[in-house]
Design a protein around this ligand. Structure first.
Ligand code: FAD
Length: 462
């Protein structure tokens, strides 16, 4: 039996249930093939942002190498999977097509259509669970509905067993034995370069290879280093952006180079109980974001709480200068500017500062969360279709969780609490205390009062 595995958000050889299932059916070299299809045109499928594309390029190179060690060729294609996959299955003589499930609305629709198409042609199409701790529909409230609040969701999730991770499939033969059959039938492998994922002129990512190792091995190395050297102090250091105390595993998880099960089980070795629980709880937030997106597929575009449709947010076109100053880290608030500059320079921003910059944009500067979400989508290496909009809506107050919608992070007070010695700020905004540094874009007190009045008006008690 020959199986074609369609890679999407599971770009790893190890702990990939679908590959292991394909291995059970395989008898000879060439019986397992992988394919990645860059899909930028199916309606509703969100094209990747620039930073994520940069990561994806390296992740595919690494995947091709790791699969080669298992004797599995990785084919590269570009276009609509609806037409491409059945044709590729026919050309390669595959009788099974496997994939790891996706949970966004448009993705589910596309995958269901492809599955029907393949089955109509007499092929076996099978999907697997590989990117979350638990399938989003299996965690339910006592009345059988979705959770909208994190704490009870987490309580339900953390009572379940998390299966231990598994190894990569054993090779059936050498890679060249597998590829020769392909080339005989006229099927080309396809070049990763042909996807044009890397920035060219200007190459804004030229320093990134010194910051990131976006390979599967790089993910494992980061995980081990974090668990052995940093995780014990996660409970009291993770909130400080200058401490470098978080795992920086988010992009590996986003692209499935690490499975959440691998991360969860590695965290079992953390000697400090509170650190272990806190870190695992963050993985819970990731699952919760996907749980919400699965049940509320409109949330990347629409306020989860409909009353927020009346909130008088501006779009960036109404105030382009302010929005530009925010994206460039020139707001005059050093902690926020440090975060926005870190984001631009590295494709990453510390979680505390993500909250501060988001709150500044939607609450003090009065610009719609969707504009900030789109900026993060383009600039984060971990840009995630669920975590990004869920966290933006959480900060904006328009999200599922009725956590105090009136919470407004004060960037000056946040600085005093979380970067008291300016360690983080000095790295990214060395001129913060000089005459070159811009004046604050807004009056914090006044803009806060305005936001509170606008929020109160939404609830009808203003
Ligand atoms: P750690 O503290 O080491 O956490 C471990 C893992 O838990 C992370 O790698 C991540 O997978 C998960 N995690 C942690 N916090 C959250 C959270 N609040 N929500 C969901 N998962 C979480 N995270 C993304 O992965 N992609 C995004 O696009 C994204 N956008 C965000 C936008 C805003 C406005 C905010 C406030 C947060 C966003 N986050 C996003 C969540 C969080 O900031 C990052 O996951 C975290 O900073 C990544 O760094 P780390 O791997 O060192 O985290």
């Amino acid at each position: 039996t020959r199986t074609l595995h369609w890679f999407r958000d599971d770009l790893r050889a190890a702990d990939n249930p679908s590959l292991l299932a394909a291995r059970k059916h395989a008898e000879a070299p060439g019986d397992i093939l992988g394919v990645y299809i860059l899909d930028e045109h199916t309606p509703g499928i969100r094209p990747l942002g620039g930073a994520a594309k940069w990561w994806l390029h390296q992740a595919l190179c690494s995947l091709r190498e790791n699969l080669a060690a298992c004797g599995i060729p990785l084919l590269i294609r570009q276009g609509g999977p609806h037409a491409l996959l059945p044709a590729l299955a026919a050309d390669t003589g595959a009788d099974r097509v496997h994939w790891s499930r996706r949970y966004g609305g448009a993705e589910r629709e596309l995958d269901a259509g492809v599955k029907r198409e393949l089955r109509d042609r007499g092929l076996t199409a099978e999907s697997f669970s590989a990117t979350l701790l638990h399938e989003p529909w299996t965690i339910q409230t006592t009345t059988g509905g979705p959770y909208k609040v994190f704490t009870p969701f987490w309580k339900a999730l953390s009572q379940r067993d998390i299966p231990p991770p598994q190894d990569a499939p054993q090779p059936l033969g050498e890679l060249n034995q597998s590829t020769s059959a392909l080339t005989e039938s006229g099927v080309s492998l396809g070049e990763i370069e042909s996807l044009s994922l890397q920035p060219t002129a200007p190459n804004w990512a030229h320093t990134w290879p010194t910051i990131w190792d976006p390979t599967e091995a790089g993910g494992h190395h980061r995980l081990e280093t974090f668990i052995e050297e940093q995780a014990a102090s996660y409970h009291d250091q993770a909130q400080y952006p200058g401490a470098g105390a978080t795992s920086r595993l988010s992009a590996y998880l986003r692209f499935g180079q690490l499975s959440p099960q691998q991360v969860w089980h590695s965290a079992g070795a953390v000697p400090h109980a509170e650190s272990k629980t806190r870190f695992r709880t963050e993985l819970g937030w990731r699952d919760f974001s996907w749980h919400l997106l699965y049940h509320f597929p409109e949330l990347p575009r629409s306020n989860m709480r409909a009353e927020f449709d009346n909130y008088p947010w501006k779009v960036p076109e109404e105030d382009p200068q302010t929005f530009r100053a925010w994206t460039a880290g020139q707001t005059g608030f050093p902690l926020a500017d440090a975060g926005l500059r870190e984001l631009w320079a590295t494709g990453h921003m510390h979680n505390r500062v993500r909250m501060v910059t988001a709150s500044l944009l939607v609450k003090n500067l009065g610009i719609h969360w969707r504009a900030g979400e789109a900026w993060f989508w383009d600039t984060l290496v971990d840009a995630d279709a669920a975590s990004n909009p869920v966290n933006w809506q959480w900060v904006a107050g328009s999200g599922a969780d009725a956590a105090p919608y009136f919470r407004i992070f004060n960037p000056e007070r946040q600085q005093k609490r979380f970067d008291p010695d300016f360690r983080y700020i000095r790295t990214w905004v060395p001129e913060h205390d000089s005459a070159e540094y811009p004046e604050p874009l807004v009056d914090l007190q006044l803009s806060r009062q305005n936001a509170l009045a606008d929020y109160a008006a939404l609830r009808g008690d203003g």
